[in-house]
Design a binder for this molecule. Structure first.
Ligand SMILES: Cc1cc2nc3c(=O)[nH]c(=O)nc-3n(C[C@H](O)[C@H](O)[C@H](O)COP(=O)(O)OP(=O)(O)OC[C@H]3O[C@@H](n4cnc5c(N)ncnc54)[C@H](O)[C@@H]3O)c2cc1C
Length: 426
C-alpha cells in the first residue's frame, strides 16, 4: 500500500512523484513505456515564455526551470534552441510576423523532452520513487479507504494499491473514463500528427516557426516548419490529419504539389515520429473520491509540458493535504480552474481563431494576411494569445474589410461570435 499511486510517467506524473517523495510520501509510478531511452511520441518541445501563461510564467535558467509563483524548480540540463520569429504564411505567401524586440529576444525555447524525462526519471529513482516500467494500468476501483489499480505486464496481471491515485496518462484519458472522471465530458476531435525531420529544405529561416495556412497547402490544419534538435538546416515538418486524411498522404501532395514544392525539391527525410491525440473539453472538477486526474488527462487538449509540471507539483501537494485531513483536492481544483486559460470561456472562444481553413478561401486568407503584412505582432507561442493577436490585427482594419470584402466580413462576424462547439461543427 503506497501513499500515492501515479498512472503515467510523463512530465506530470514524474513531477507528482518527485514532489510526493519530497513531502515524505511513498509513491509508485505505473508507466507503459519499457524505458526512458527513446521517446517516439511527437511533440514540438517548446517552452512558452509568456509571463502570465497558465497563471505562472516559467523561467528557463541555466540547468533548471523555475516556476516562481508556485515556488519550485525542475532540473533540465539538455539542449535549448531559441526561436525568434514566428511567421504565418498565406497561400500566396502574404506573411504575418510575431516577434519580441524585433526578433532579438526568443519567444520560445525548443527543448529535448526525452533528455528531460530521463533526467527527471533518474532523479526520482534516486529519491526513492518506485517505478513499474513496461506496465499498463488497465482499470481499477476506489474502495473508499484506498484505491486499487489493475495492471498488465508481459508476465501477467496484478493489482497495485494506494491511499490516493493520480491519473497522469495524457490526453487520451482512457483510464479517466474507466474511473468515471470523463462523465459528461465532450470529446472534441481526434487527430493524427506526424513530424518529419528533414534536411535540404530551402527558403526557411533558421530558428523560426512557420505556419502555412490555406487549401493550397493541402491540409485544413496548418503545415508547420520549425527548428529541430538536429542542428541548423535540419527542420521539423509537422503535418496533422486524421484517419481519413492521413498525414503521410497530406505530406506527399503538400511537398510535391503545393506552393511549398520548390522548398522541398531537395529535402531528405532524416527521422519521423507521430502520435494519435483524442482531445476532450477540460474537466471542470478533475477529482472524484480518492482519485485526481492531472495534466493532459484532464485538459482541453493539452497543458503543455510546463503545465504538466505545474499540475504534478500541485497535485502531489494536494495528496499530502488530503492525507493530513484537509481538502487538498478541492484546493487543487480551485488552482486548476483559475490557472489554465482553457478553463476560462473567453479564452476558449479565442481558439476558434484557428478555424481558418476551410472556412476562409485561399483568396480571403491572402487578403486578410495582406492587411497586416509588414507589421510585427507580439511574439508568443501561446495557442490562446496568438489567434487573439491575429484577429485583433485583422479587425484593426475592420472598416476597410467591410468596404472591400463585405462577404468576408459577414463570415468573420458569424464565426467569431460562435461558441467553440458550433465553430468546430459539434
Ligand atoms: C503534436 C504535439 C505537439 C506538442 N507540442 C508541444 C510544445 O511545443 N510544447 C509543450 O510544452 N508541449 C507540447 N505538446 C503537449 C505536451 O506533449 C503535453 O502537454 C505534455 O506531455 C503532457 O504531459 P502529461 O504528463 O500530462 O502527459 P503525457 O506526456 O502524455 O504522459 C503520459 C504518460 O502516461 C503513460 N501512459 C498512458 N496510459 C497509460 C496506462 N494506461 N498505463 C501506464 N502508463 C500510461 C504514457 O506512456 C506517457 O508516458 C505537444 C503535444 C503534441 C501531441
Amino acid at each position: 500500500m503506497k501513499d500515492v499511486v501515479i498512472i503515467g510517467g510523463g512530465p506530470g506524473g514524474l513531477l507528482a512523484a518527485k514532489t510526493a517523495v519530497e513531502n515524505g510520501l511513498s509513491a509508485v509510478v505505473i508507466e507503459m513505456k519499457q524505458s526512458y531511452d527513446k521517446l517516439r511520441r511527437a511533440c514540438s518541445q517548446q517552452f512558452i515564455l509568456d509571463d502570465d501563461y497558465e497563471g505562472e510564467g516559467v523561467e528557463v535558467c541555466d540547468g533548471y526551470l523555475n516556476f516562481p509563483k508556485s515556488g519550485f524548480t525542475v532540473p533540465y540540463t539538455g539542449k535549448l534552441v531559441p526561436v525568434y520569429n514566428k511567421y504565418y504564411h498565406s497561400p500566396k505567401n502574404k506573411v504575418m510576423r510575431f516577434a519580441r524586440n524585433d526578433g532579438k529576444e526568443p519567444f520560445s525555447y525548443k527543448f529535448d523532452k526525452q533528455y528531460m524525462l530521463k533526467e527527471l526519471y533518474n532523479i526520482c529513482s534516486d529519491m526513492g520513487v518506485e517505478f513499474m516500467l513496461g506496465t499498463t494500468a488497465a482499470g481499477g476501483r476506489d474502495n473508499g479507504d484506498y484505491v486499487e489499480v489493475d495492471i498488465k505486464t508481459s508476465e501477467g496481471t496484478g493489482v497495485v494499491k494506494g491511499k490516493k491515485l493520480i491519473i497522469a496518462e495524457g490526453a487520451n484519458a482512457a483510464l479517466c473514463a474507466k474511473f468515471g472522471l470523463n462523465e459528461n465530458r465532450p470529446h472534441i476531435a481526434s487527430a493524427l500528427t506526424v513530424k518529419y525531420i528533414m534536411s535540404g529544405i530551402s527558403g526557411v529561416e533558421n530558428n523560426s516557426w512557420n505556419l502555412y495556412y490555406g487549401r493550397a497547402y493541402k491540409s485544413n490544419a496548418a503545415i508547420i516548419i520549425g527548428p529541430s534538435l538536429y542542428g541548423d538546416g535540419i527542420y521539423e515538418v509537422t503535418v496533422t490529419g486524421d484517419s481519413k486524411n492521413r498525414p503521410d498522404d497530406i505530406f506527399k501532395v503538400m511537398s510535391t504539389e503545393s506552393p511549398l514544392k520548390d522548398n522541398f525539391a531537395n529535402a531528405k527525410l532524416e527521422d519521423k515520429m507521430g502520435c494519435f491525440v483524442k482531445a476532450y473539453m477540460s474537466m471542470a472538477n478533475p477529482y472524484k473520491g480518492n482519485i485526481i486526474a492531472i495534466g493532459d488527462a484532464a485538459a482541453f487538449v493539452e497543458v503543455e509540458v510546463q503545465g504538466a509540471f505545474l499540475c504534478g507539483y500541485h497535485a502531489a501537494n494536494a495528496v499530502k493535504a488530503e492525507l493530513d485531513g484537509q481538502d487538498g483536492f478541492k484546493q487543487y481544483t480551485k488552482w486548476w480552474q483559475e490557472s489554465f486559460e482553457f478553463n476560462n470561456g473567453d479564452h476558449l472562444k479565442v481558439s476558434q481563431g484557428y478555424a481558418l481553413v476551410p472556412v476562409y478561401t485561399d483568396d480571403e486568407l491572402d487578403y486578410l494576411f495582406g492587411l497586416v503584412e509588414g507589421e510585427c505582432m507580439h511574439g508568443t507561442y501561446s495557442q490562446y494569445k496568438t489567434p487573439k493577436l491575429m484577429w485583433d490585427g485583422f479587425l484593426s482594419h475592420v472598416d476597410k474589410i467591410k468596404a472591400e470584402r463585405p462577404d468576408t466580413y459577414a463570415k468573420i462576424e458569424k464565426l467569431n461570435s460562435m461558441s467553440l462547439d458550433a465553430a468546430i461543427g459539434k
